[in-house]
Every structure is written in C-alpha cells, then in structure tokens.
Write a protein that binds this ligand. Structure first.
Ligand code: ADP
Length: 548
C-alpha cells in the first residue's frame, strides 16, 4: 500500500466522519475483543499476518457511500465488518494485510421490531444482546435466534451464514429484505423493499408512530429476482447497511432436551434420527452435538475438572481412556445432542413422547428434558427459563468464552466447518479421520456438530495457545485436505484457508469461481471490496500470494 495515498484517503475520510472515527493504525478503535484489546485484526495467533493498516467508522449510510467513493478514487481496499467478532474465522482481520477495515459498529439502530409478523430490521452495529434486550424492554413476545456467543452483530453473523438455536436459527434463511451500498457507492434495496411506495405506511404502536416495513421483511423476492442471500450476501459485492431478520413468536409450551448415547459409533444413528425428526417437523431447531471431551470440559463437576485439568496445557491432550473413565463414572454419553421442542400446550406431551420413542432405537440412549408446559393462550417468558447452556430460547450469553483459556492464557480457537449429508455415516467416517489427526497433533477434538434436515455441519473447534499456532495450522490443513479427498468441504472458513477451500469448488474448470469473479469485475472494477474474501479476487490476482 502506498502510504502517502493511504494518508490522503484517511484525511479525506476524516473530513466526512471526523478524525476520532479514523484509526490510522490497527492498534485501537475497534470493539473490545476476548482479551480486552480494541485492536483491529485476528485476536488469535495465526502463522499468516492479516494486520489491517487502520480503520474507518461511519455512522450513516450516506457516510458509507462517501467512503466507498473515496476508496475508489484512492484505490484503497476495504474490509467490511459489522462488529468484528468473527472469532475462530479471523475476527475483524482482512485476508490481505494492509486492507483498511470499514467498521460499521457505530451504525447501531434497531429500525423496527414487528411483533405481529415476527421480524426486526437492524443496522450492522446491533448485537444479539441489543436486539434481545430491546425485545425485553418493550415486553414483546418474540424469541430472536442467537448464536453461542451473543456479542456479535445480527447482520454480520447473517452475512457470514452463521446460525443460532431457535427454529429460525439458520440466519441466512431467516434474513428477508436488505439494504446494500454497492462498490460504486450506489444504494440498493432488495425484494419487496425495492418498491418506493413500501416506505409509506406506518403503524400505530403504543405511544409512538413507527416507520414501518420499508425493507418488507416478509417476502424474499421482487418481480422475477431474488437478489440477497444468494448474491449480495457475498461481502465481495456490497456493504450491507440494513437487514430484515425473522424471529419466532414466543411459544406457549417449551421443553429443552438432552439425549446421551453411550458408544462412539452411535453418532451415526443419533444424526440420522435427529435429521429424520427434523424432516418430519417434530424437531424444529438445529440440534447440536457435543463429544465426551466437550461434555467433560464444560461440566461443572469438580472431580471431572480435577481429572481433565492436568492435561490441559500446550502440546498435550486428554487421553481417550481417561475420557472413557469419566464417561462411565458419570453415566454420560460419548455424544450428547441438545435441542428443544416449541409448540402449543396440547402438542408438547405428544412431541416429547414421539422424540423419546425415536431414540429408543439406540441401545443405552437416555433422554432428559426441562419442561415448561405453559398455559393456553399465554407465551413462555425467557425470564422463567433463565440463561441456558445452549441458547435455545434466544437468551444471549458470553459463557462459552471461558473455554478459550482452558489450555493456557491467552488461549485461541479456530473452527473447521465441513458439510455432510444427514445420514451420520459420512460425518462419522470423516470424524474418525479428523480425530486421529487431532490426537497425532496433540490437540483435543472439541465437537460442535449441527444437524439440519438435509445436511450436517461437522464443526471441529480447536483450542490452542500462541506457541501452538504453527501446529494448529498444519492440523487444519490436514483435516481440510482429508475432507476434500472424501468429497466434502466447508461452507465458511478462517481467512488462512479461503483460497484452498474455494479451490474445492472446481466443477467444470471452476465455472462457479469464474462466474463470481466476472460479477465482481463488473460491479467492483477497482477491486476495493474485501479482496480475497471466500477466495474471490479482483482481476489479475488469484491468491493471497499473487501480486495485485
Ligand atoms: P460478527 O461481529 O457478527 O462476528 P463481523 O462483523 O465480524 O460479524 O462480520 C463477519 C464477516 O461478515 C466479515 O468478515 C465480513 O466478511 C462480513 N460482513 C460483516 N458485516 C458486513 C456488512 N455490513 N456488509 C457486508 N459484509 C459484511
């Protein structure tokens, strides 16, 4: 990056948004990360440097548009983040060192919450905590979906295809209506929100008039085209400044369920039963599956912690015979699935019965649940439920951050998220290989698998310390390669592996990549938006190692 050009860009941006909202260095200005630092970049150690050269923090859509025009003028690449909390995938760091972070966390208005139709319209800086707290403050009967850690951005998580735990937990699917600044600074609204008149109606709600539905978060398409999650969600082609996100109504009755199965090989039956119950709409939210290491690590049982802690240090892992001892002693499963049932009062006993019957097919399976039978015509309040280990009722939490430092402080984690068919067989085959690779590299396998009706995401989360950054990188490369050899790959990846994972989408000479590259060249001819994101580069460049 030409440093004079960069300073001129910062000077021009400062005239629009004020010098305090410009970071001319990456060392401060962002939201606080896990270690309390406000530096921009990946909060976790990685062998490649992704340090940005600074950041700019606009407050309005017009300011974003101005900044994009200036970035084109000075040819300064921008990396958009909403709150920059993308932990395990790179935080607020860009792929290319020196890129300027376009940090949208100051744009934090909740534009609308519609209780009747179950959606909210939010700006990028709105966190899952903000949305939840506003719903509680207004006393609305809605359960927003939140991911495991609630401090991230609703919008950022959705653009990154993240998920949470209610029946509308697949955020890219629950997203409806979007406002986008294009790489040339033009402003676009998608779906029915593209109709100017749809801005005009307002709805009387209590003491204030609420501007209503100008993004129309109730239908995905416009005439003949659906341009949002399929195209614009790719942060390469636009900067999203508002989204509509749908939420479930608070249910009348609720039960949160844990199913334990004893044998390692029971994973196959567990996944296939869960996905079948989802295809039949018995289970509506995506069940997550933990393995014995994770169950032991996150348990509050002192004797278990005593056994595990001695192994929790760099270049060490908890041996599987120790985990088996714990499992037998505590009468835990090798695997534990977590999901919930959401229904009307009359249906809940039937859903519980059906679910129990389904798991009887696995010898030794046990099912425990916490039941909120409810009252006809009333909704369960989250105040009754209180915080949950997994936020199935949409109560945001930061509790899982504690596992970061379980090996040594400061700790990091990285995630690998390959997709499989939902039979459980393919996941199990891959898991055995990945587990062996993990043991060989002296790390613990932390499973966070997510079941959907027609796919499973086999998330392996690796906790590591700074001194283990090189070995974790080698391990990641092995597991990514193994999965690709078996015909599987990831839907999302850490910055270090974007080129590699993108290279797996190679049908017909990489036709998909050629198509997205053409779109990028057309919409962003100067290549200023998120170069390298998901392995897509401006023309003339094909990977992080090639010259611009
Ligand atoms: P979170 O704080 O929810 O973890 P981030 O702000 O870190 O989310 O964003 C995650 C990723 O999503 C970013 O690296 C970027 O690629 C993409 N992204 C985030 N916000 C936007 C946005 N407003 N427009 C386009 N892409 C975005």
């Amino acid at each position: 990056m030409d440093s004079q050009r960069l300073q001129e860009f910062f000077d021009s941006v400062a005239l629009i948004i004020g010098e305090p909202n410009v970071s001319r260095h990456s060392s401060s200005g962002g939201l606080e990360g896990p270690s309390g630092s406000t530096a921009y970049g990946d909060p976790f150690a990685s062998p490649m440097s992704h340090e940005p050269s600074g950041a700019v923090r606009p407050k309005s859509v017009d300011e974003v548009r101005e900044i994009v025009r200036l970035a084109n003028q000075y040819v300064i690449p921008l990396w958009t983040v909403s709150r920059g909390k993308n932990l395990g995938y790179g935080g607020s760091a860009p792929v290319v060192k020196g890129t300027v972070v376009l940090d949208l966390h100051r744009m934090n208005t909740i534009v609308e919450i519609n209780e009747e139709y179950g959606y909210a319209i939010v700006e990028p800086g709105v966190s899952f905590f903000d949305l939840y707290e506003e719903i509680q403050r207004r006393g609305l009967k809605l359960w927003p979906s939140v991911p495991a850690i609630g401090w991230g951005s609703v919008l950022g998580n959705t653009t990154e295809r993240g998920f949470g735990y209610t029946p509308l937990g697949d955020h890219a699917q629950a997203q409806c209506g979007m406002e986008v600044v294009l790489p040339n600074g033009e402003l676009l609204r998608t779906g029915m929100g593209a109709m100017e008149g749809s801005q005009l109606f307002a709805l009387y709600k209590g003491p204030i008039w609420v501007q209503f539905s100008y993004l129309k978060s109730i239908y995905h398409s416009s005439l003949g085209s659906r341009i949002d999650s399929d195209i614009i969600l790719v942060p390469l082609l636009g900067i999203v400044t508002k989204i509509g996100i749908q939420m479930i109504p608070a249910p009348e009755a609720y039960a949160t369920v844990e199913v334990d199965v004893p044998q390692e090989s029971d994973l196959v039956a567990l996944v296939s039963i869960l996905s079948d119950l989802m295809r039949r709409s018995v289970i509506l939210n995506s069940p997550s599956i933990a393995n014995i290491f994770r169950i032991a690590l996150t348990s509050r049982v002192a004797s278990v912690q005593g056994k595990v802690q001695g192994y929790m240090k760099p270049h060490s892992y908890v041996p599987y015979d120790v985990l088996e001892e714990i499992r037998v002693e505590q009468k835990w499963g090798f695997w534990r699935a977590y999901f919930s049932l959401y229904s009307q009062v009359e249906l809940l006993p039937g859903l519980l019965q059906t679910t129990r019957r389904a798991f009887n097919a696995i010898p030794g399976a046990t099912m425990k649940w916490r039941e909120f039978p409810g009252t006809p015509g009333e909704s369960i309040t989250t105040a009754t439920i209180k915080e949950e280990e997994i936020p199935h009722s949409g109560i945001p939490t930061l509790a899982p951050l504690a596992i970061l430092n379980s090996r040594q402080k400061p700790g990091s984690h990285i995630d690998y998220s390959p997709l499989f068919p939902p039979s459980g067989r393919e996941l199990y085959e891959w898991y055995l290989k990945a587990k062996q690779r993990t043991v060989d590299a002296k790390f613990d396998f932390f499973a966070d698998f997510h079941v959907f009706p027609r796919h499973v995401i086999g998330i392996e989360l690796i906790i590591y310390t700074d001194e283990e950054a090189e070995s974790v990188d080698q391990l990641m490369r092995h597991v990514i390669h193994d999965a690709a050899e078996m015909g599987y790959t990831a839907y999302r990846t850490h910055l270090d592996y974007m080129d590699e994972v993108a290279s797996h989408f190679n049908f017909n000479g990489g036709a998909l990549k050629q198509f997205t590259t053409k779109l990028k060249e057309f919409l962003d001819p100067r290549g200023i938006l998120s170069p390298g994101k998901s392995g897509i580069w401006p023309s003339g460049r094909s990977s992080v190692n090639s010259k611009p």
